[in-house]
Design a protein around this ligand. Structure first.
Ligand code: NAD
Ligand code: DAU
Length: 353
C-alpha cells in the first residue's frame, strides 16, 4: 500500500510516521511537507533511512507540484496533517492559514479525485481539530453533531477544510474520513504551544506567560494516543464519517502550568515554589475559547480506541524528552523562534518570555 502523509515533519505527523513506518513494513510512506518553521528534519531521525520511507519537499497549495506527485505516486491512502497550526499566529497572519489550510486541502482533494479515488480501498483521511466547534460553557461535551462555530482564523480555516472534505465525499463520492481531536502534547512539539513553552521557560527560569486568568480549559491527549486513534479510524471507521478524539482530561491552564512546575522541579531537583514564582499573567488571546471537552464515545464504540496514557505519565515522559534532547531544543530555538517570542509576548507585557 502507498501512503502519502502530509505534514509529516511537524509534531503530530512525525510522531505518526515514527509509529507507523516500523509497524507497517509492507506499506510505503511518502512524507509530503514544505518544511515550514514548525517542521524539523530531526523529527524523522530513526526512520529517514528506512526502505519504506520517502520524503518530498512540496507545498500542498502548489497545484502543479501536488498534481504531478499524485499522478506519479497514485497513493492508496492520504493522511492529511499539513497545516498552519498555531492559533496566535493565525491572529497575526491569517492569510497563511487560508492558503495552507483551505487552499492546500482543496488542492489535495482535487489531486486525490483525479488520480486515486477510483482505486479500490482508497481513502483520504483528514486530520482536524475540536476548535471547529467553538467554545463550550462550563458544562457539556463536543459530539460529532455539535454545530460548527469557529472563533479564530485558524479554527475557521480548519472548519472550511473539513467542509471541503465532507463536500467532496458527498458530491464526488470521494472515500473520506475526518477526525477532530483535542489538544495534543508530547515529544517533538514546537515550543510555541502551551506545554513545551512552559517546560522550556521553566528550565531556563524565564516567565511562564499565562493568558488572562488561566481559567480556560483544554482536553489534553498524549500524541501517541492521537496517532493510534487515527489508525483505528482508518482501519475500522465508516467512510464519509467524522470521529471525535479526546483525552477525557479536562484541565484549566493554570493547573497545567502548576503541574509542569511540579514535574520539572522533581526531574531537575529544583524548588517548585521558585518555578511557580515565574508564573506571569499576561494579556489574553482575542476571541479566546473558554473550554474544549470531547465526547469520544463514537470512536470508542465503532473503532475500539481508548487513550492509554494518563496526563501524569504523559507529562513526565514529555518533560524527560525535552531534558534529554538539548540539540533538538537548540535547533528549534532559532532566530525565527526568537522573533515569534518577541512578537507574541512583548505586546502581552511579558517581553522576556
Ligand atoms: P505542526 O505545526 O507541528 O506541523 C505542521 C506541519 O505541516 C509542518 O511540518 C509544516 O511544515 C507542514 N506544513 C504547513 N503548511 C504546509 C504546506 N502548505 N505544505 C506542506 N506542508 C505544510 O502541526 P501539528 O500540531 O503537528 O498539527 C498537525 C495537524 O493536526 C494539523 O492539521 C492540526 O490542525 C491538527 N491538530 C493539531 C492538534 C494539536 O494539538 N497540535 C490537535 C488537533 C488537530
Ligand atoms: O484543541 C486542538 C488545538 O489545540 C489544535 O487544533 C491546535 O493546532 C493547537 O495549537 C491547540 O490550540 P490551543 O490554542 O488550545 O493551544 P495552545 O497551546 O496555543 O494554548 C493552549 C491554552 O493555553 C490556550 O487556552 C491558550 C493558553 N496559553 C497558550 C500559550 C501559548 C497561555 O496561557 N499562554 C501561552 O503562552
Amino acid at each position: 500500500m502507498k501512503v502519502v502523509v502530509t505534514g509529516g515533519a511537524g509534531f503530530i505527523g512525525s510522531n505518526f510516521l515514527r509509529l507507523s513506518v516500523p509497524r507497517f513494513a509492507d506499506h510505503h510512506f511518502l512524507n509530503v511537507d514544505k518544511l515550514s518553521y514548525a517542521a524539523n528534519p530531526a523529527n524523522l531521525h530513526g526512520i529517514d533511512e528506512a526502505p519504506n520511507y520517502g520524503f518530498a519537499r512540496v507545498d500542498i497549495a502548489d497545484s502543479a507540484a501536488v498534481g504531478e506527485l499524485f499522478a506519479k505516486e497514485r497513493p492508496d491512502l492520504v493522511v492529511h496533517f499539513a497545516a498552519e497550526s498555531h492559533v496566535d499566529r493565525s491572529i497575526v497572519a491569517p492569510d497563511h492559514f487560508v492558503q495552507a489550510n483551505i487552499v492546500g486541502t482543496f488542492v489535495l482533494l482535487e489531486a486525490f479525485r483525479a488520480h486515486c479515488a477510483d482505486r479500490n480501498g482508497a481513502l483520504f483521511h483528514h486530520v482536524s481539530t475540536d476548535e471547529v466547534y467553538g467554545s463550550l460553557g462550563t458544562t457539556g461535551l463536543f459530539t460529532e453533531t455539535t454545530r460548527y462555530d469557529p472563533s479564530s482564523p485558524y479554527s475557521a480555516s480548519k472548519a472550511a477544510s473539513d467542509h471541503l472534505v465532507r463536500a467532496y465525499g458527498r458530491t464526488y463520492g470521494l472515500p473520506i474520513k475526518i477526525t477532530n481531536c483535542s489538544n495534543n502534547y508530547g515529544p517533538y512539539q514546537f515550543p510555541e504551544k502551551l506545554i513545551p513553552l512552559m517546560i522550556l521557560n521553566a528550565l531556563e527560569r524565564k516567565p511562564l506567560p499565562v493568558y488572562g486568568e488561566g481559567r480556560n480549559v483544554r482536553d489534553w491527549l498524549y500524541v501517541e494516543d492521537h496517532c493510534e486513534a487515527i489508525w483505528s479510524v482508518i482501519e475500522r471507521g465508516r467512510l464519509g464519517e467524522t470521529y471525535n478524539i479526546g483525552g477525557r482530561c479536562e484541565l484549566r491552564n493554570m493547573d497545567v502550568v502548576q503541574q509542569i512546575c511540579t514535574v520539572v522541579a522533581a526531574e531537575t531537583r529544583a524548588s517548585v515554589t521558585e518555578l511557580e514564582g515565574l508564573i506571569t499573567f499576561v494579556k489574553d488571546r482575542p476571541g479566546h475559547d473558554l473550554r474544549y471537552a470531547i465526547n469520544a464515545d463514537k470512536t470508542t464504540a465503532e473503532c475500539g480506541w481508548q487513550p492509554q496514557h494518563s496526563f501524569e505519565s504523559g507529562l513526565q515522559a514529555t518533560v524527560r524528552w525535552y531534558l534529554d534532547n538539548h540539540d533538538w531544543v537548540a535547533s528549534v530555538q532559532s532566530g525565527e523562534y526568537r522573533n515569534w517570542m518577541e512578537t507574541n509576548y512583548h505586546k502581552r507585557g511579558a517581553a522576556d518570555s
